[in-house]
Ligand binder design. Structure first.
Ligand code: F0G
Length: 482
């Protein structure tokens, strides 16, 4: 395992890459950031990047690409059918994920759509460790329901449990028995469980899930979008694998699943997505839907150049010196915030740092979306764009009632190899200021609420003039500084 110690004893992550192409950033004045918030309905998805300084909305499609990925893009074989680029991708999927058969799709949620159309119907129940927004939306859209089966420690914000993404095995079996195995089309395991703070499951837990799946004859589907990071944390935290390597751990995990799907925007720092399997029966169940919704089965709606980048990116996922960068920076940020007493999900996971808005904004009721308010407030005082991962990201129930999220999180994504440590220190600094001034943050209410995945395009407004007051305090403390 890579460990580079500093003589000074300082514990900081060291970049194992050099920067060869750069992109200029803007840090606009706070007055402009306030206008931008009103223009974007206090929803960070609706901000324009010309107003954003550090874009920590997501790691999806925003990871830095390697020189080898960019080089590979130039050899794209732009054929509608039978492209050699697809053959290279197929080989990469076989080598890295250990699956012989591949169906490409334009991104992760397209796989979720096809899988749900193929397997979910009214009365279906899909057990999972935890939902992801798009996975759940496609299952419910096809008439099914989900059951989230984590252990209680998954919801403990400040914890040192190494595998908070583990599926609750006892509850899984109970759920299958109660609902009837015939009505459970598949079990879904999400690597590095996104919405509870990028928390991994252990290989042993996946083996236990597999055993239950076998006992009841149910398919096991693995969402591998963040599999590389899950494998990296297994390497660090699961005793059995401490002398293993990334490639072995990844293949051990994928071998346990009947069907593996992924967002290539995450796993391979490219665009695209895919579904892979060894069973020809499963392949046939999904195959016809790919040309219908995505494109011919050798490109699946993905640009061929991206297919080349994806193939190289998949191999790079096996490289510990690459995959460690984002979790290393996240750990640095999480540990520094924790030291200052700022409530943040621990242990540090992957994808980003996750602040607990329920505690930071304890004075804002859940009905006024504390995580959305915290995201807006942080953007206002820093130009840092995070993402609300709380009740705004939840969907209403069948009767149209609000369903409040288990956790109200502000996620600050750390795309791979994109930010420098001084930029992360800036985030830490502004968060410290905001935490000291948290009483000035107020609530939000919806003014425009789309019926599906409302968090993307929804519009909100502040419940008072709190943004103006927060800006006044910022200017009093920082003077002319941006
Ligand atoms: N599964 C997981 C675990 C994800 O994190 C995502 C996307 C998807 C599926 C869907 O993939 O975006 O390619 O359609 N997560 C992004 C995020 C959007 O910001 O966390 P997609």
């Amino acid at each position: 395992m890579q460990q580079i110690k500093f003589y000074s004893g300082e514990n900081i992550p060291l970049e194992l890459h050099k920067v060869r192409i750069v992109q200029k950033l803007n840090l606009v004045p706070i007055e402009r950031r306030l206008e931008a918030l009103y223009e974007g309905g206090f929803n960070t998805f609706r901000l324009s990047t010309k107003d954003v300084f550090l874009d920590m909305l997501t790691d999806s499609g925003t990871n830095a690409m390697s020189d080898n990925q960019l080089a590979a893009m130039m050899q794209a074989d732009d054929a509608y059918a039978g492209s050699q680029s697809f053959i290279r991708l197929q080989t990469a999927v076989k080598d890295v994920l250990g699956k012989d058969l591949l169906l490409p799709v334009h991104q992760g949620r397209a796989a979720e759509s096809i899988i749900s159309i193929a397997y979910v119907k009214k009365g279906s129940l899909v057990p999972m460790n935890y939902h992801f927004t798009t996975a759940m939306a496609h299952i419910t859209h096809n008439g099914g329901k989900i059951a989230e089966l984590l252990y209680p420690e998954a919801y403990v914000i400040n914890s040192d449990h190494p595998f908070k993404g583990n599926m609750n095995i006892e509850l899984l079996e109970e759920t299958i028995v109660n609902h009837g195995a015939a009505n459970v089309p598949f079990i879904r395991m999400e690597a590095s469980t996104n919405l509870i703070g990028g928390q991994p499951f252990s290989v042993q837990n996946l083996r236990d899930v597999r055993a239950v799946a076998d006992k009841y004859g149910i398919r096991l589907i693995l969402d591998a979008s963040l599999l590389g990071e899950n494998a990296y944390l297994v390497l660090q935290r699961e005793e059995e694998f401490k002398n293993s390597n990334m490639a072995e751990i990844i293949r051990t995990m994928t071998a346990l699943a009947d069907l593996v799907y992924f967002s290539a925007r995450k796993i391979s720092s490219s665009r695209g997505g895919g579904m892979c399997m060894n069973s020809m029966e499963i392949y046939k169940e999904l195959e016809a839907l790919v040309p219908l919704y995505e494109g011919f089965t050798t490109y699946g709606g993905i640009s061929i150049r991206e297919i080349e980048a994806m193939a190289v990116g998949l191999y790079e996922t096996q490289d510990e010196t690459m995959i460690c960068q984002s979790p290393g920076f996240i750990k640095y940020l999480v540990d520094s915030l924790h030291e200052k007493g700022i409530p943040v999900i621990r242990p540090a996971g992957v994808l980003g740092a996750h602040l607990d808005a329920m505690q930071v904004c304890a004075h804002i009721p859940q009905t006024e979306y504390p995580a959305g308010a915290l995201a807006a407030a942080l953007f206002l005082i820093s130009g840092v764009r995070g993402m609300e991962r709380g009740s705004i990201s939840n969907q209403r129930d069948e009767d149209g009632n609000e369903t409040y999220a288990d956790m109200e999180l502000l996620r600050l994504a750390m795309p791979r190899r994109v930010f420098t440590l001084s930029q992360v220190k800036y985030v830490e600094d502004r968060l410290n200021w905001l935490y000291d001034n948290r009483e000035l943050i107020g609530g939000l209410r919806f003014v425009y609420e789309p019926p599906v995945l409302r968090f993307f395009m929804g519009g909100l407004e502040p419940t008072s003039d709190w943004p103006q007051k927060l800006m006044a305090k910022f200017k009093a403390d920082f003077g002319e500084s941006l």
